[in-house]
Design a protein around this ligand. Structure first.
Ligand SMILES: [Fe+2]
Length: 180
């Protein structure tokens, strides 16, 4: 479902200004997605604000934040292939922070056009999501923040974020426990 608006105008404008001005440096560029992953401490505060929204939208008083990611897509490499998430994304709130030309987000076969301070709430691990061609790649940019939530019995909480490496087969269980 679409959540609109996600935050109050005042809160949103602080988030937008902060992330618009945050440096998009080569060190935080992810070539695979054609996007910059920028972290700013303000995202911690906004995760707490998004938590209130998530509890209401997903009708769960017990869900907790797993991780939050800000992504600024730009250029001809910008893409999001069809996938379901394997990370701690039981509940996902994908929110548009700023953009030039909107770039529809598809979930389970339906396109959603998001404007600033609007989000799509869906089940990241269970629902296929993707984007088609990036419009106007010469000049376009689209910035999103992904808020992810899980229930307290999720492995993210019980075993920790590093457990993903065991699930992906890039670390053995033994190594995981030895590293603890
Ligand atoms: Fe995803």
């Amino acid at each position: 479902m679409v959540v609109s608006p996600v935050f109050s105008n005042e809160d949103f404008s602080l988030l937008k200004t902060t992330m618009l001005n945050a440096p998009k440096t080569p060190e935080v560029y992810d070539e695979g997605f054609g996007r910059y992953h920028v972290w700013d401490p303000i995202l911690t505060d906004f995760t707490q604000k998004a938590l209130v929204v998530a509890k209401e939208v997903f009708e769960s008083d017990t869900l907790v934040p797993s991780y939050t990611l800000f992504s600024h897509y730009q250029g001809e490499k910008a893409n999001l292939l069809r996938h379901k998430d394997d990370n701690a994304c039981t509940y996902t709130i994908d929110m548009c922070v700023y953009q030039d030309t909107p770039w529809d987000l598809w979930v389970d076969g339906a396109p959603y056009t998001l404007l600033e301070n609007q989000a799509l709430a869906y089940y990241g691990n269970d629902q296929e999501h993707w984007r088609e061609e990036f419009p106007n790649p010469d000049s376009n940019y689209v910035a999103m923040v992904f808020f992810h939530f899980v229930e307290p019995d999720h492995w993210w909480v019980t075993k920790g974020p590093e457990w993903i490496h065991v699930l992906r087969g890039t670390m053995t269980e033994e190594d995981f426990y030895n590293a603890k």
